[in-house]
Design a protein around this ligand. Structure first.
Ligand SMILES: Nc1ncnc2c1ncn2[C@@H]1O[C@H](COP(=O)(O)OP(=O)(O)OP(=O)(O)O)[C@@H](O)[C@H]1O
Length: 363
């Protein structure tokens, strides 16, 4: 099919009794930055390895640019994989590192050097060609690994947590760079990560994985603002669920509702009922955490349950913050920030236990 880089249909993989991938259907368009997001062990890497051809599916099909490649060897597929623990040859210059795969393929010297220089320029390492890997920072080395992948001009680049080894600052910088590079080169990127912030920052679309299945596919805004299942609501951001009596009293309807922490305003309880356009809930501050630029409140609601609220520290200082602990507050947010979280369908897999999840950088 024209415009389609990857199509997975009914893709499955079992390792003995472990069903790592339990039926995945997915279409990724040409030039898309597509992320597979999910907790550890949810099957993302296995899907990536099947697309690359390193792992044979137990069932289902894989198409690349409209051709069935399910049974083809990795080298017969027009894809390239960048791993987290990329290895550069220490004794070679960057130019030689990047040109190496072209050399293996018998590309003449002048051409491969020209292409290597071009690839280095595309990752903003112009003029670095004569250096050796030991003379680079971690982020620069990661970019060389990327240049090495781009030099063969694959249709699709598969990236398995490529920023995982970098420290937080560098990682955030590389997220922005990587997205810009992808936009410029126009290659389809399929990016595996367990970090929701990373997926939200870079992706055109995201598939959220849980226990070998996809729970939701959508744009970052879809996933964050309109999570399709309680699992997605909880994994991407802080879920803040209102259920049962709390939903009826606060939202005014039965069901499960969620509101994002940054939408909630915390007001010292003055007794009045507040704005008619807003949902309001009174409660007691159980915990308050000063985060520098913002403050996080954990509030036990009178209607039952607990909500997290995140407030910018526009006027608040750390001394003010401490005084909130144990005090009565009113939480309020505009009605439009209440979103209904569909109940889990009966055949859906159970939610992963919190212990299965890696810590997220949500606040
Ligand atoms: N070669 C293998 N042999 C046996 N089991 C495997 C193998 N590879 C993966 N698994 C299992 O399959 C499941 C999915 O693993 P996978 O690596 O795809 O998850 P993931 O979502 O990429 O996790 P992570 O973020 O930790 O890499 C896990 O239960 C894992 O233990």
């Amino acid at each position: 099919m024209e415009g389609m880089a990857i199509r997975l249909q009914g893709l499955r993989k079992a390792f003995g009794r472990t069903e790592a991938v339990a039926g995945v259907d997915l279409e990724i368009a040409d030039g898309e930055f597509f992320s597979m997001l999910g907790p550890s062990g949810s099957g993302k890497t296995t899907v990536l390895r099947m697309i690359a051809g390193f792992e044979a599916p137990t069932g289902g099909t894989i198409e690349l640019a409209g051709s069935d490649v399910t049974r083809l060897a990795p080298f017969e597929r027009d894809v390239h994989t960048v791993f987290q623990d990329y290895a550069l040859f220490p004794h070679m210059t960057l130019e030689q590192n990047v040109a190496y795969s072209l050399k293996i393929r018998g590309v003449p010297r002048a051409r491969r050097l020209a292409q290597a220089r071009e690839a280095l320029a595309s990752v903003r390492l112009e003029g670095f060609g004569a250096r050796r890997p030991s003379q680079l920072s971690g982020g620069q080395r990661q970019r060389v690994a990327l240049a090495r992948a781009l030099v063969g001009r694959p249709k699709v680049l598969l990236l398995d947590e490529p920023l995982g080894a970098l420290d937080l600052k560098l990682r955030e910088q590389m997220q922005i760079e990587l997205k810009a590079i992808q936009r410029e080169v126009g290659i389809t990127f399929v990016f595996v990560t367990h970090d929701q912030e990373e997926a939200l920052t870079m992706s055109d679309r995201i598939a959220v994985f849980n226990q070998g299945r996809i729970e939701q596919i959508g744009t970052p805004a879809d996933i964050y603002e309109r999570p399709a299942t309680p699992f997605v609501a909880g994994f991407v951001g802080t879920s803040n669920l209102l259920t049962g009596e709390a939903a009826e009293r606060v939202v005014g309807r039965a069901g499960t509702y969620s509101v994002r922490p940054e939408k909630i305003r915390v007001v010292k309880d003055s007794g009045n009922t507040g704005d008619p356009d807003c949902s309001t809930a009174t409660g007691t501050v159980a915990e308050v955490v000063y985060l520098g630029d913002a403050t996080r409140f954990l509030v036990d609601l009178d209607a039952g349950g607990r909500l997290t609220a995140l407030q910018q520290n526009l006027e608040t200082s750390s001394e003010d913050v401490a005084a909130y602990r144990g005090s009565r507050v009113r939480l309020q947010w505009h009605h439009r920030h209440n979103f209904r979280v569909p109940d889990v369908p009966p055949d859906a897999p159970p939610e992963a236990a919190p212990a299965d999840r890696r810590p997220l950088r949500t606040r």
